[in-house]
Design a protein around this ligand. Structure first.
Ligand SMILES: [Zn+2]
Length: 181
């Protein structure tokens, strides 16, 4: 396994639609394990392949990594698709490992059903809610070139991004992103 380099906003690779994986082979399994290691190294709670510069439909999610809050499990998924989204929505603060230091409230469905392939190529279906549902929605957006900042009103987005782009001292090491995806 290896920690891969992250791709940061405004890199064009974050705006591409990811290619579907044809076969879950060793290369895809290596990508999944590298992505998990990268997510943990940057203290993220989810990561999509475009964030490590790979234009494929692959995500990893580990929404709750705190034993006291009831840790969730690590989930790797290939070609994930949202099958159902609850009409009930919930507002919560989000961040992104590719836009470190920027956080804002985003309205998302409270529950989702997601289907895709696991690391062995088996079809899996996951029903989840709360933070884990939010992370799935955030990561699957990445596969379609969509970023959480796209949901903000233009004034909020402009102010946050202006600050982000001006912050030349912005280094991943100096500000360990937490709870970012
Ligand atoms: Zn993200």
């Amino acid at each position: 396994m290896a920690v891969r380099a992250l791709v940061y906003y405004p890199d064009d690779r974050l705006r591409k639609v990811g290619r579907k994986v044809q076969r879950v082979d060793d290369e895809v399994r290596r990508l999944l394990s590298d992505m998990a290691e990268t997510m943990y190294a940057f203290r993220g709670i989810g990561l999509a392949a475009p964030q490590v510069g790979v234009n494929r439909r692959v995500i990893v999610v580990h929404a709750v990594q705190d034993e006291e809050r009831g840790s969730s499990s690590l989930i790797g998924m290939v070609n994930p698709e949202i099958i159902e989204k609850s009409p009930e929505q919930e507002m919560a603060e989000e961040g992104c490992m590719s836009i470190p230091g920027v956080h804002a409230d985003v309205l998302r469905s409270q529950r989702v059903v997601v289907e895709g392939l696991d690391a062995d190529g088996n079809r899996v279906r996951i029903e989840t809610d709360g933070l884990e549902a939010r992370v799935f929605l955030h990561e699957i957006d990445h596969l379609n070139g969509v970023l959480f900042i796209d949901y903000l009103d233009s004034l909020t987005r402009d102010v946050l991004l202006k600050k982000y782009l001006e912050d030349t001292s912005r280094q991943v090491e100096s500000k360990a992103p937490d709870q970012e995806a």
